[in-house]
Every structure is written in C-alpha cells, then in structure tokens.
Ligand binder design. Structure first.
Ligand SMILES: NC(=O)c1ccc[n+]([C@@H]2O[C@H](COP(=O)([O-])OP(=O)(O)OC[C@H]3O[C@@H](n4cnc5c(N)ncnc54)[C@H](OP(=O)(O)O)[C@@H]3O)[C@@H](O)[C@H]2O)c1
Length: 345
C-alpha cells in the first residue's frame, strides 16, 4: 500500500521536480497539490509554467490546485512536501504540523532551530529522531523536517567523508550556482546572460551554518554542531541546473589526494528508493565535474567530485550536484523515504 502525500508550493521549480520524481513512486502517491491564491482553483496544467522536458504526468495534469492550508489536504494524507518560499513556509508550515501532518520541507525557515531535524539521509540519518524532542517541546502530532540548501547539499557528502577519515578544522568554499536555484522568477535574463553575480543573498550564511549542523553529533537530546570554521562565497552564473563548487579544507590529520578520493568514493550510501548506488562519484580528470556533463548522474541524485589537490593544511577539491534534484526535490523526497523507513509515517 502506498502512502498518500501532498505537495505545498507544487507549481514552482522545486514542486515540478517533486511531481517528476513521484511519477510514479513505489511508496508515495500524490493526493493533493497547493500553491498561491493566483493558482488556486486551476488545474495543475493551467497553473504550473511547466519547464521540465518530460511532459506533465497525466494523472497530475488534471488535478485541481488547492489553497495552501491544512484544510485543503485530505485526512488520509500523512506526509506533505513543502516547496514554498521561506517567508510563506515560516507562516504556514507550523499550522500543518499542528494539524498532524509531517512536513518534509525545502524552505530555509527553521533549518537552524535546535529542535528541527536538518538531514541528508546518507550523512546524518540519526538526526531524524530529533522529531521526538520537537514533539515534546511543541506539542505537535505532526513534525517539521528540513533538507539543507542546495549549495550546502553539494559539498557536505564529500566533506562528511573527509571529516570521518581525517577530521575537519576549516572549510572555505566558492560556488558557481545555476539560475534554477533562484526559482522561476528569481533572476531575469537581462541580469544573468553574459554575466555573473558575485553574491546570493543569505546563501553564504546558510552554507556556513547548515554544514556545521549536518556534520554535528546528535546525542538523543540535541545536536552539537561540528567545531570547524566554514566560510562561503556564492556566485550566480548562467548555467541552467547544477551547482559547481570549489572547496578548500584544513584537516586535523594529514590527507593525501589519493586517500581523500578513496574516502569520498567509498562513502556509504543507503538503500532508500531514491538514493544513488554510489553517493560520491570521484573523477580523475581535473576538468570534471562539469554542470552539463555530470549533473544527471544516477537520476540527478549523485554528487560528483574531482580536482583533488594537496594544500598546505589539507585538501582542495571541486564538487557538483543537480540543485533542483539532489539539492531540493530529491532531498526532501529522500527525507520522506527516511521517515517511512524509520516508522514515522
Ligand atoms: N530552486 C532550487 O534549486 C532550490 C534548492 C533548495 C531549496 N529551494 C527552496 O525551495 C523553495 C521553493 O523554491 P522554488 O525555486 O521552487 O520557488 P518558485 O519557483 O518561486 O515556487 C514557489 C512555489 O510556492 C508557491 N507560492 C508562492 N507564494 C505563495 C503563497 N503566498 N502561498 C502559497 N503558495 C505560494 C508558488 O505558487 P504560484 O505558482 O501560484 O505562485 C510556487 O508553487 C524555496 O524556499 C527555495 O528557497 C530551492
């Protein structure tokens, strides 16, 4: 039997990817879609400016888009994926949790809260049990679970491998981020064609805090964040999908490029439906990974790494992930699969 799920913010860039990934899915069935009041009452096909090359799944095309409130979600739905702008998520997600729904959310609101699990299942699945602390504190029957920002997801699996093998003291990252990361109305063509923008509002701070929470240790009551300094500089470039990042690390124990490549390439995956067979694909060719060539590996769910070089205190590398798949829709879907596996649904 499949679990019936809803998608709130279903018509945007991430919502569309969720629809794509859920068509079909062996464990989940889409039962409700919501968006802004501009879309309410229209069919999904009318409301969504569909930008994916595969057609809108037939079953979803004719579904009516509802209002974004718990009352619009059928009672037999237990899991709601949220791809709302964070200001809207902050206002409405708690109401869904209070009404008993488990919300697996892409929005940045609440990611740093101490009782909100922020998870990449392959990296810190155990943090999901922070739900118990959250329910005790907030009195919710439902729960709020977050996946990190797309640029953070790209670098954290390779960093987790380095942390486990050598320990991390310091991380510095500079990103080259695709336009789809800003959502459909985020960056105009006049701003980005023949251009690059050396700042993405709020993104640097998210990379610096979320990575330390993800790589932290959960003791059953709270997450102790990784004690390492992280500095980020974020750049928007005119690629469509796929965030490429240049990362410099200082490690506690000495690391060689070969040992670091071995640690990344052998970092264990999970057996969830949407997890890739191999989480981190490591290239020897220093010109890889590249967004156009490598973002779709393993249905867009694998992380690609390359360009490993020694530095004075550690290792330098490049990494890449598909920002709307691994970095957003696929990330919250994986969290949904983890919730199911761990008996929360
Ligand atoms: N794009 C990425 O790579 C990425 C990666 C990680 C995380 N995220 C996060 O995921 C979330 C969604 O991003 P996106 O790129 O998909 O944004 P988007 O393309 O702008 O889509 C936003 C969605 O929210 C709906 N919405 C907007 N205002 C609303 C309101 N007041 N009430 C109810 N629904 C409302 C929109 O409905 P209408 O169509 O009716 O306007 C649309 O369905 C954001 O929080 C973003 O930061 C995005």
């Amino acid at each position: 039997m499949t679990t019936r799920v809803g998608i709130i913010g279903a018509t945007g860039a991430v919502g569309q990817r969720l629809i794509q990934l859920l068509d079909p899915h062996p464990e989940f069935e889409v039962a409700a879609l919501t968006a802004s009041e501009d879309s309410t009452g229209s069919t999904y096909e009318e409301a969504a400016k569909w930008r994916i090359s595969a057609p809108i799944p037939e079953r979803v095309a004719d579904m009516e888009v509802g209002e974004t409130s718990p009352e619009a979600i059928p009672d037999d739905v237990s899991l709601v994926f949220s791809s709302l702008p964070s200001s809207v998520g902050a206002a409405v997600e708690p109401a869904f949790c209070e009404a008993g729904y488990i919300v697996s959310s892409n929005s940045s609101n609440g990611r740093a809260d101490e009782d909100v699990p922020l998870t990449i299942p392959e990296v810190n699945a155990d943090h999901i049990d922070l739900i118990e602390v959250q329910r005790d504190r907030r009195g919710w029957d439902g729960a709020l679970v977050k996946n990190p920002n797309c640029s953070t997801i790209t670098m954290v699996p390779p960093l987790a491998a380095l942390e486990e093998a050598f320990g991390l003291e310091r991380v510095t990252v500079s990103t080259l981020q695709a336009v789809s990361g800003a959502g459909y109305s985020g960056v105009t063509s006049m701003e980005i064609i023949d251009n690059a923008i050396p700042h993405i509002g709020g993104e640097e701070a998210k990379m610096e805090t979320e990575s330390r929470k993800l790589l932290g240790t959960f003791d059953g009551a709270e997450v102790e964040w990784l004690d390492a300094r992280v500095d980020a500089s974020c750049n928007r470039i005119p690629t469509l999908d796929g965030h490429l990042e240049n990362v410099w690390t200082d490690t506690v124990a000495e690391a060689t490029p070969d040992a670091a490549a071995e640690a990344m390439g052998s970092y264990p995956g999970l057996d969830l439906h949407s997890s890739p067979d191999r989480l981190v694909h490591v290239f020897e060719d220093p010109k890889r990974p590249q967004p156009r060539l490598d973002r779709d590996r393993e249905n867009g769910m694998a992380i690609a790494a390359g360009g490993l070089q020694p530095t004075e205190g550690g290792i330098q590398f490049n990494c890449l992930a598909h920002n709307t798949l691994r970095g957003a829709a696929g990330a919250s879907l994986l969290n949904g699969e983890l919730l199911l596996e761990n008996g929360y649904l």
